[in-house]
Design a binder for this molecule. Structure first.
Ligand code: CP3
Length: 347
């Protein structure tokens, strides 16, 4: 059985056309998701119910016809498994009642070394694999240690992340200790996802761009590097949003794909990322535009990536108020582009 398009593109193999999936494709842009979401007590209930998580994972494959599924879960399951439970507050986002503020607080936490706290996502992956029946590959995921550290210390999202960053400067040793524990937990979690059937994994450093080049290279990159080195079973996509300043360092990771946000031009990235595939990077707000303009911008984006070693995506997650037809227009434009534009070399 040949690899799916997405896996071929991740490995840098020649593809018939550019594959596409969309960050945050499962969720609030899809009416059947909203129906299920309203029927459960909380977001966490949905994440923790393997049958429902399976159902919402499959929705974007059926409705949007994307080239991959991504398991329905959240990056915050790792803090919870480490003993910092979260809640999702409507219209506000994640909230942690307890947070890590000082070296003493580390005694609250445990490193994840067994499936007891994360078994629900592993169960959901097995169900999805079975239901997908190899139609498209399944993406597993986790947050990168710095981004998880940021939630564990801030207790919520933030404009400045100054509580999280304060710890990097005041208690660097403690910060490294916590980042290492998150890293070990994340490697365990990703390996369990892969053993259950994930065909590729993406690690999200959503808050990389809050750091300077020096702090990113000191407090985020070494842990991303450990994760990339540990995951040898399937391709890895590293998405460090806002880390334009460390593209050269990202090129040295032992991973197959680098995700780009919309602020980085593909030809700029290619000066630094020499032998990896790239993913991205349409501005999610472009999908508020007219279909004609979405098509044009998408085609321009595809051309600038060059048609090979590219996985099409947005430059960050799709926003909840994006018109569904515009999301479909984006997917269809990518999938129609091959026949007229990409010359596949005969081998
Ligand atoms: O479709 C998919 O991408 C799979 C599922 C997925 C979710 N969260 C479901 C979700 C994935 C991959 C994530 C990753 C995630 N979660 C990230 C990294 C990606 C990024 O956007 O930078 C981050 C930072 C989080 C933390 C998080 N979870 C936030 C900040 C929020 C609230 C704001 C928001 O984006 O909705 C969540 C909740 C969340 N995670 C929802 C979904 C579908 C919305 C829940 C709802 O209201 O129904």
């Amino acid at each position: 059985m040949p690899d799916h398009l997405l896996i071929q593109a991740a490995k840098g193999e020649t593809t018939q056309r550019v594959p596409i999936w969309i960050m945050r494709q499962a969720g609030r842009i899809l009416p059947p998701y909203l129906k299920i979401r309203r029927s459960v007590k909380s977001f966490r209930h949905l994440v923790k119910n393997p049958e429902l998580a399976c159902e919402v994972t499959l929705q974007p494959v059926d409705i949007l016809k994307v080239d991959a599924a991504i398991i329905f879960s959240d990056i915050l399951v790792i803090p919870e498994a480490m003993n910092l439970p979260y809640e999702l507050i409507e219209k506000k986002g994640p909230y942690f009642e307890r947070t890590i503020q000082s070296p003493e607080d580390l005694s609250l936490l445990k490193t994840v070394t067994d499936l007891s706290e994360i078994g629900y996502t592993i169960e959901a992956i097995k169900l999805v694999k079975n239901e997908l029946n190899n139609r498209v590959p399944l993406i597993g995921f986790a947050g990168c240690p710095w981004t998880i550290f940021a939630y564990m210390t801030e207790g919520s999202g933030s404009k400045t992340f100054s509580k999280a960053k304060r710890l990097l400067y005041q208690h660097p040793q403690m910060a490294h200790q916590l980042l290492q524990s998150i890293t070990d937990s994340t490697i365990f979690y990703l390996k369990a996802q892969i053993a259950a059937g994930a065909d590729i994994v993406q690690i999200f450093d959503s808050h990389a761009g809050m750091l300077s080049k020096q702090t990113f290279n000191a407090f985020s990159l070494p842990y991303i590097r450990q994760i990339c080195a540990a995951i040898t079973e399937v391709p890895v996509i590293t998405f460090a949003k806002g880390a334009w300043f460390s593209l050269k360092e990202l090129n040295e990771l032992d991973c197959e794909v680098i995700g780009l946000d919309w602020t980085i031009n593909p030809d700029y990235a290619r000066q630094y990322i020499s032998n990896k595939s790239l993913q991205g990077n349409l501005d999610p707000c472009q999908l508020y535009g007219k279909p004609k303009d979405i098509q044009k911008a998408t085609q321009q984006m595809l051309s600038s990536f060059g048609g090979q070693s590219h996985i099409a995506n947005l430059g960050h997650g799709v926003y909840p108020d994006t018109p569904l037809d515009n999301v479909k227009c984006f997917v269809e434009t990518v999938q129609a582009w091959e026949s007229t534009n990409v010359v596949v070399e005969e081998s």
